[in-house]
Design a protein. Structure first.
Length: 108
């Protein structure tokens, strides 16, 4: 999953896209995009052996600014201030007018 995220451009280190073979160093800051959220994490320690998630989470820390930004974006999404709001499905007349405008309706 990590390799797929890196290859799709969702992981940046020092403002540049990463490659899957890049070795992280202590102090490196990574910007990781997961869905709607973007996290900024700093590497605090490295492990030679692959371990479970709780031990891996102890090796990095999310920045305070990143946490605040993510929580603010989540609150805005929850409040519905992001996205398109409509009055519902268009009526039959509105649909005909839309097809006529696009030029894809039947010309009667």
């Amino acid at each position: 999953m990590a390799k797929a995220a890196i290859e799709s451009g969702k992981v940046h280190c020092r403002g540049e896209r990463c490659k899957p073979g890049k070795e992280p160093r202590i102090g490196d800051e990574f910007q990781i995009r997961i869905g709607f959220d973007e996290r900024s994490v700093v590497v605090q320690a490295l492990s030679i052996v692959r371990r479970g998630a709780p031990e891996a989470q102890a090796l990095y820390a999310e920045t305070e600014a990143s946490i605040a930004k993510r929580e603010k974006a989540a609150a805005m999404r929850k409040a519905g201030s992001i996205g398109v709001s409509t009055d519902g499905k268009p009526s039959k007349k509105q649909r005909r007018d839309l097809f006529k405008f696009r030029g894809s309706g039947n010309d009667d």
